[in-house]
Design a protein around this ligand. Structure first.
Ligand SMILES: [Zn+2]
Ligand SMILES: [Zn+2]
Length: 266
């Protein structure tokens, strides 16, 4: 049991509450998520909000007493992510969990970690030195089909170094949502992590899995064979609900989508 997480005062509580929220019903879950006209914050499930960004997404889990931010978005998204954090009444930010070091997931983390000063930043032990700027992250080994996808993705600024206060490993349990289990999913990066929340039967996949058009292995992996093994492992969890580093949440039937994605690699 991991007990290092601690709740601290959210210094910015009561600040501007700009997040626009709408309920994402199950009928929409398999389709496109609206990202226009400020409708960029979606309540995926009770307690789970998604901020859809031009590249990627940030997620806020809140139980009404405290909140957990999963990924920070890129450099430049900090104010929108802070608005997401502060849009939840009565929910002090208790921790920031970073699924992996890529700039679309950690670019805003340094500024957010400074804004919410005492809030611990959590990452996998293998990823922490890269997030801190102490080591270079391994570049992806691109498949032929990934080269045009990579070329079409807008270049993002590198992530400024960010403190990591709590280093976790596979099987560690973070003290929220009744015990959020860390699932190591190496392959996309060495220290990629997923989170499984048993209560809401909810999986945060990070970039181990994507759901853009269809549920699939995430792209731009450092070790494709390990990434495929991680996809199989996540599919084996049988989670009803899943949210992704990129793409539309799956509500109610996520297990079928993940199993189908894993079946590509039998
Ligand atoms: Zn990534
Ligand atoms: Zn990503």
């Amino acid at each position: 049991m991991l007990t290092k997480g601690r709740t601290v005062t959210d210094r910015a509580a009561g600040a501007a509450r700009r997040g626009v929220c709408r309920r994402l019903n199950e009928g929409v879950a398999g389709g496109a998520v609206a990202q226009t006209g400020g409708m960029d914050v979606i309540e995926v499930l009770p307690g789970l909000r998604m901020l859809a960004l031009p590249v990627g997404a940030a997620y806020l889990w809140s139980d009404g007493r405290e909140s957990t931010l999963v990924d920070s978005g890129p450099v430049g998204a900090e104010d929108r992510v802070a608005a997401l954090v502060e849009s939840v009444p009565g929910g002090e930010l208790a921790r920031i969990v970073l699924t992996h070091w890529h700039e679309d997931h950690t670019g805003g983390a340094a500024r957010l970690a400074a804004r919410y000063g005492g809030v611990p930043v959590v990452a996998h032990r293998a990823e922490a030195p890269v997030i801190r700027g102490e080591a270079a992250g391994a570049p992806p080994v691109l498949e032929e089909f990934e080269r045009p996808i990579r070329a079409s993705v807008p270049e993002l600024p590198p992530a400024p170094p960010c403190r990591v206060d709590v280093e976790v490993e596979d099987g560690d349990v973070l003290p929220f949502a009744g015990g959020a289990r860390v699932v190591a999913v190496p392959g996309h990066t060495d220290g990629s992590l997923a989170l499984y929340l048993p209560g809401p039967d909810l999986l945060f996949t990070g970039d181990a899995v994507a759901n853009v058009g269809r549920t699939m292995l995430g792209v731009f992996n450092t070790d494709r064979a390990r990434a495929i093994a991680s996809l199989h492992r996540l599919a084996g969890l049988g989670a009803a609900n899943a949210v992704f580093g990129h793409g539309t949440p799956l509500v109610g039937d996520a297990a079928a989508g993940l199993r189908a994605a894993a079946a590509d690699f039998r």
